[in-house]
Design a protein. Sequence first.
Length: 205
Amino acid sequence: MGIQERERKMYRPLRRAGIEVIPGAVPDGTMPFVFAFGSEDVVGGFSHRYETPRLVERLNEDWYDLAVSSGLFDRRREFLLMLPGHTRTHGAFLRELHGGRRAAPSVWTRVRLMGRWDVMGRGAASAFLGIRAGHPGFGMMALDSSVHISCSTGESGVDVVAVGHPDRSVNILRQLEWFASWEGSVDRALRERVARWLAGRGTPA
C-alpha cells in the first residue's frame, strides 16, 4: 500500500480520533508483540459492560487515567500503537482469526495523543482501534516498553489491561520463545522477527 493510500484510509481517520501518526519512528529494539501474560504481570485495568451509562465517555476517562498512571505516555504524549501493516481493519482481523485464516501481521507505529481525542468512540469507529464506537480493540505500549495496554471486547463488555515491563515478563518471553521455534507457524517472517529480537536481548530462541 502506498503512502497516499495509507494517509487517506488510515492516518486521516485516526487524526479525527485525536491520534497523530509519526511514521518511521519506532525505537530500535522494541519487542514485536505482546501476548500470553499472567495475572502477576498485570499492573492495572478496568472493565465496563455494554449497558454501562455513558459507555464511551467512561471508557475514555478510565483509559486516560490508566495510561497516565501506568506511564504509557512520554512528555509529548507519544506512545506505540499496534496497527496493521496495510489497511486491514480490526473487524477484518477478527473475521480472519475466528475463520481460521491467516491474519496479516500488525506492527508497532509511533503516535501522539492530540489535544482533543476520542479513542473509544471515534477511534474505535475508525475500524483500526475497534469495530465501532464503544466496541474498541487495540494494543498500545510505552516508547521505553515499560507498560503495555491491551483492550478487547467480549460478549458482555470491554476489558482493558495494563501489563508492566512486558519485555521482562517470564510468561511473555516463554511464549515468544515458543513462537520463534514453532515450525508450524504460518507467518515465517514474523517468527524470524521474533527470533531476532530474542537473540538481540540475549535470550535463546
